[in-house]
Design a protein around this ligand. Sequence first.
Ligand SMILES: Cc1ncc(COP(=O)(O)O)c(C=O)c1O
Length: 386
Amino acid sequence: METAEVQMVPRHGVIELAFGEPDLGLLPVDLVRRCADRALSSAGPLALAYGASPGAGSVRLTVRDHLASLEQREPDLDEVVVTAGISAGLDLLLTLLLEPDDVVFIEEPTYSLGLRVLRDHRARLQPVPMDHDGMAVDRLADLAHEVRAQGLRPRLVYTVPTFHNPTGLSLSLGRRRRLLEIAAEEELLVVEDDAYRELWFDRPSPPSLWSLDHAGVVVRLGSTSKTIAPGLRTGWLTAPAAVAARYADAGVLDSGGAMSHFSALVAGRFLAAEEYGTHVAGLRREYGRRRDVLVRALTEALPPGCGMVRPGGGFFVRVTLPQGLEASALLAPALTAGVSFVPGARGQVEGGDEALRLGFTYYEPPALAEGASRLGAAIRAALAAS
Ligand SMILES: Cc1ncc(COP(=O)(O)O)c(C=O)c1O
């Protein structure tokens, strides 16, 4: 029986660039403790009761104000539901919305663990290719027609349009608008995974699909995992009121109340704390610096034939390998050399072995530089042997 306390434990001697989570040293233990105190002092036993199904009213108000401060659009209160994070939000949405012959469109590549959630629901997946401007949305329109011609129902689009995992790319503004038009025309619901909105490094994030949506076709999932702490298991959903109500009416919430009720009260206090702005600005600065260190080190360490795009935010850099090399085959020698990565195929329905994903948030700069150098050496050795 496993006895680990946490999901990710670095292996001895390995720089785990596969990890996609915050540096433990940047998790705000003291401020969370103070927020927990505040939540308990103010709500007393109500902090420990079953939470209201859409989330505690005070937290929904805080989330509404928080989102209004980030975007040009303020959600109505009945458009905001508190969730137990994006993963749980996606899972429950799929439970509620997906019928057996429904097709879910995803970016190729996509967030590998989001793909696992989709697969848990036995969703029929239809990949849509990406280029430097994000998902090729015109292709989505064609694919929706093809799906319909097969007697299936195009139902959902799961997308990470802002600092996409694993590519770091963002969907262009023109394509955001076009995606919303297509969704309205094709009666698709867009599930926007907005995990990285606040973690931009060079310029503020593009507007969310949700903030541009006038047709009521977007459910946006947000999270406190990357900005506060993943262990809080809290996040939010903004959606047309009918979808938000359907979500809050789920049997699992009726039975158990809001998921992560106590954590959400703590997270709400954190979002409302005057220290929040400085905290997130500090993360942006630090993660931006780490992005720079990793990209620079990769530029020096990787042999010709490798490719990468410098991400403007988020957690990841994706590296494409020289022709003939496969990420899945490279993993064992890379681990022997003391560095890990996520092979690209994990985030794809088909193919993807020409690429790998590296995270730059878990380690401090010297380890990132060393990890890049080990990876470069492993790729060169594989090339020499091929
Ligand atoms: C795109 C994306 N969505 C969702 C998650 C997980 O979100 P949460 O912790 O809120 O479940 C991650 C974490 O890596 C992610 O990269």
